[in-house]
Design a protein around this ligand. Structure first.
Ligand code: WTA
Length: 642
C-alpha cells in the first residue's frame, strides 16, 4: 500500500474532558487489567448479564477450536433484551421506527415490544416451530423483523435473516442449506419510493424449497398470492396469548445462522449462540459506544448483515437503549434524509459505514448545514477502512468537532467489535482502528506465522461472541480459520492485512483473500464467478474488486465465452441481469470484459492480481509464473478497445 499518509502519526485526538468524565470506562489501566481476559469475561458476564442458572466455567477450550463459553449456564438473550427491562423501563421507547414515507412512523415501548415478541413466539409455536428449528426471515427494515428474530430466540429456535437485497436464487440456496422450516416475510417495503415486492421474491425461491409455512406481514397492501395451507398472514396469527415464558437455554444453544461470503462459491453459515454472544455484544455496545440510558442510538446497517444483528438488535436492546430504525434509502426523497432524521429524533449516537460517509462528502456540506445535528455526541464507523480524509470530514461536518469518531473493526465471524477505541480513554488517530477491545488479544503474523508489524491480522485468544461453527461444515470451520502457534495454541486468522505502529495502534489495509467489500457489503469473487459460469454462454470467469471512490470496491469481471458465443453489448447486459438474478443487485459487475483466456499459473490457478493491475493501469509485476504470458497483452487490448 503506497498511501503513506495513512500511517503518519501526526494527528492525535484526545478524549475531551467531558467525554472522559462521563464514560463507562475512563481508567486507562483497563487495557493492562484485561490481559487476564478470563477474569474480565467472567466479571462482565456476572455484572451485566442475567443468567437463569450460573455457569460453572468461563471457558472450555478442551476441544479447540470448538470453544465453549460460560459452560453449564442457563440463559436466554431475550430475557436480557426484554424481560429484565420491563420493571424499570417498561414505558421507555425501545424502537423508533421511521418508514420511508415521512408520515409512516411508530414508537414501541419495551413493554409493548415484549408483548409483541411473546405473541409472535406463541404464533411460531402454533406453526410447530420447536427448539433448534430454523426460521428464515426475509424482510425489509420494519419492527416486525426484530420481533421475529427475538421470538425465535425466545423459544430456542434458530433464526436465519437473509438480507432483503438478495435475489430469489440466493434466498432459495440459504433456505435449503439451513433446512428452514418456516419463512417469515412481508408483502413488500419501500425503497426510493418504489415498492420492493418481497413476497413475490419468496414465492419464486420457494418453487425449489420445502418449507412448512410462510408468515406474511402486511406492510404495503400490494397484491400478493397466498398459497393455501402454506401461507398465513402475520395478523391472522395474533390471536394467541401475549405471554410466553422465556425458555431457559444452555449458554451454547444456537441463536442464529448468518450467511457470509468467503473464498469459495458457497456462502458460509456462521453460527452464533445465546450466552457468549449476549455478553460480547452487550459489553461492546456499552463501552465502545459508551451507551447511556438517555441515548438514542442509530446504527444504519441493514439487519440482514452482522452489524444489524449485533448493533441494531441485540447489543442495544440488551442495554435497554432506544434504537432507531429507518426503512428506506439514505438519499430519499432528498440527500439530507439521514440528517433530517437525526435532527427530528435527536439521535445521540450514530454508527454507519465509510461508503456512506464518502457518498455524503461528495454530495457536499450544504445538505448538512440545513440541519441541527447538535444532539449527536458520538460517531461510529464500520465495514471497511476509513481514510483519514473521510474520518476528518465526518468529525468536522457531522460531529461538529465535538464527537469522537469511533472506528470499529470486526467481522461476521467475530460477532462483536474486536478493535476499536474506548471513547473515554483511547486517543484517536484518523484512519486507525486504534487498540483491541479489552479482553481480546490481537496481533499480526507474517507469512511464516511469526509476530510482525505488518502482515495478517490474527486473534490469539478465544472471545465470548466468537462464532462457534459453520452450519453443516465443521471441517471447514476447523480448517479454514485456525492455525497453531509454536506452543500448540490455536490462533484465529482474520483474512485481513494490517499494520501496527509504534504505539501499538492497528491500521487495517483490507482483505488479503478474494473477498470484496462493495458499499460495505461482503461478497466473494468466487461467488460472483459461480453466478457468471452458471450462464449458458460462459466457460470461465474471474472477478476482481476494483477500487471505487464511493463504494470502496466494485466487482469487475473477465469472462471467457463458450465456443459458439460472441461478445456483444446484449450479452454483457444479459450477464449482468443474470448475476442480479443469481445473487442480487450488489453483486452485478460494473464492467465485463470478454477475453479469450484468463491469466493462469501452470497449475491452473487464476492470477487475479494481474487482472487487478491491468484494470487499474498499474505495473503488472512478475508474470513468469503464468502458463502463457501473451495473455496479459491480449487482455490489455480488450480493455483498451472498450
Ligand atoms: C472489513 C462487518 C477496516 C474487514 C462488521 C473485515 C473493516 C470485513 C472494518 C468483515 C474497519 C470491517 N476497518 N475494515 N473498521 N470493519 N472491516 O463480515 O475486511 O461483513 O474482515 O463484518 O470487513 O465484514 P463483515
Amino acid at each position: 500500500m503506497n498511501n503513506s499518509k495513512e500511517f503518519s502519526q501526526g494527528e492525535i485526538y484526545e478524549p475531551s474532558e467531558e467525554t472522559r468524565r462521563h464514560a463507562w470506562v475512563n481508567n486507562e489501566r483497563i487495557y493492562e487489567m484485561a490481559q487476564d481476559y478470563l477474569t474480565l469475561w467472567d466479571e462482565v458476564a456476572k455484572s451485566d448479564i442475567e443468567w437463569f442458572e450460573p455457569y460453572e466455567d468461563v471457558l472450555d477450550d478442551s476441544n479447540a477450536p470448538f470453544y465453549r463459553w460460560y459452560v453449564g449456564g442457563k440463559i436466554n438473550i431475550t430475557h436480557n433484551c426484554l424481560d429484565r427491562h420491563i420493571e424499570s423501563k417498561g414505558d421507555k421507547t425501545a424502537i423508533i421506527w421511521q418508514g420511508e414515507p415521512e408520515n409512516e412512523k411508530e414508537r414501541i415501548t419495551y413493554h409493548e415490544l415484549y408483548r409483541r415478541v411473546c405473541r409472535f413466539a406463541n404464533a411460531l409455536r402454533t406453526l410447530g416451530v420447536k427448539e433448534q428449528d430454523v426460521v428464515t426471515i426475509y424482510m425489509g427494515m420494519v419492527p416486525e423483523l426484530l420481533i421475529a428474530m427475538l421470538a425465535c430466540a425466545r423459544i430456542g429456535a434458530i433464526h436465519n435473516v437473509v438480507f432483503g437485497g438478495f435475489s430469489s436464487t440466493a434466498l432459495r440456496d440459504r433456505i435449503n442449506d439451513a433446512n428452514a422450516k418456516v419463512v417469515v416475510t412481508m408483502d413488500g417495503y419501500y425503497r426510493r419510493g418504489k415498492v420492493i415486492e418481497t413476497k413475490r421474491i419468496v414465492d419464486k425461491a420457494l418453487e425449489d424449497c420445502n418449507v412448512e409455512s410462510v408468515v406474511v406481514l402486511e406492510r404495503i397492501g400490494n397484491d400478493v398470492s397466498m398459497v393455501d395451507g402454506r401461507d398465513i398472514w402475520w395478523h391472522d396469527l395474533q390471536k394467541v396469548p401475549d405471554k410466553c415464558e422465556c425458555k431457559a437455554l444452555d449458554s451454547e444453544h444456537p441463536l442464529f445462522i448468518l450467511y457470509t461470503s468467503g473464498t469459495t462459491g458457497k456462502p458460509k453459515g456462521v453460527l452464533h449462540v445465546h450466552g457468549g454472544y449476549n455478553v460480547g455484544t452487550h459489553i461492546t455496545t456499552k463501552w465502545v459506544f459508551d451507551l447511556k440510558d438517555r441515548d438514542i442510538f442509530w446504527c444504519t446497517a441493514d439487519i440482514g448483515w452482522i452489524t444489524g444483528h449485533s448493533y441494531v438488535v441485540y447489543g442495544p436492546l440488551s442495554n435497554g437503549a432506544t434504537i432507531l430504525i429507518y426503512e428506506g434509502a439514505p438519499d430519499y426523497p432528498q440527500p439530507d434524509r439521514w440528517w433530517s432524521i437525526i435532527e427530528q429524533y435527536g439521535v445521540t449516537v450514530f454508527y454507519t459505514a465509510p461508503t456512506a460517509i464518502r457518498y455524503f462528502m461528495k454530495l457536499g456540506e450544504e445538505w448538512l448545514e440545513k440541519h441541527d445535528l447538535s444532539s449527536l455526541r458520538l460517531l461510529g464507523t464500520v465495514g471497511e477502512t476509513i481514510d483519514p480524509e473521510a474520518w476528518k470530514w465526518y468529525y468536522k461536518n457531522v460531529g461538529n468537532e465535538h464527537c469522537p469518531v469511533i472506528d470499529t473493526w470486526w467481522q461476521t465471524e467475530t460477532g462483536m467489535v474486536v478493535i476499536a477505541p474506548l471513547p473515554g480513554v483511547t486517543k484517536l488517530k484518523p484512519g486507525s482502528v486504534t487498540l483491541p477491545f479489552p479482553g481480546i488479544l490481537v496481533d499480526i503474523r507474517d507469512e511464516k506465522g511469526n509476530p510482525a508489524d505488518s502482515g495478517e491480522l490474527v486473534i490469539t485468544n478465544p472471545w465470548p461472541a466468537m462464532f462457534r461453527n459453520l452450519w453443516g461444515e465443521p471441517e471447514r470451520f476447523a480448517k479454514q480459520y485456525w492455525r497453531s502457534n509454536d506452543s500448540g495454541e490455536l490462533i484465529y486468522y482474520t483474512g485481513d492485512g494490517a499494520r501496527k505502529d509504534g504505539d501499538g495502534y492497528y491500521w487495517i489495509i483490507g482483505r488479503i483473500d478474494e473477498v470484496l467489500k462493495v458499499s460495505g457489503h461482503r461478497l466473494g469473487s468466487a461467488e460472483i464467478e459461480g453466478a457468471l459460469i452458471s450462464h449458458e454462454a460462459v466457460s470461465e470467469a474471474a472477478v476482481i474488486g476494483k477500487p471505487h471512490e464511493i463504494k470502496g470496491q466494485v466487482p469487475v469481471a473477465f469472462v471467457v465465452l463458450k465456443t459458439g458465443y460472441e461478445p456483444s453489448v446484449e450479452l454483457e447486459k444479459d450477464l449482468k441481469t443474470h448475476v442480479r438474478n443469481e445473487i442480487g443487485a450488489i453483486a452485478v459487475p460494473e464492467e465485463i470484459y470478454f477475453v479469450e483466456q484468463l491469466p493462469k499459473t501452470r497449475s491452473g490457478k487464476i492470477v487475479r492480481r494481474i487482472l487487478l493491475a491491468i484494470e487499474k493501469g498499474e505495473e503488472i509485476g512478475d508474470i513468469t509464473t503464468l502458463e502463457d504470458i501473451t495473455v496479459v497483452e491480449k487482455i490489455k487490448d480488450v480493455k483498451g478497445a472498450k
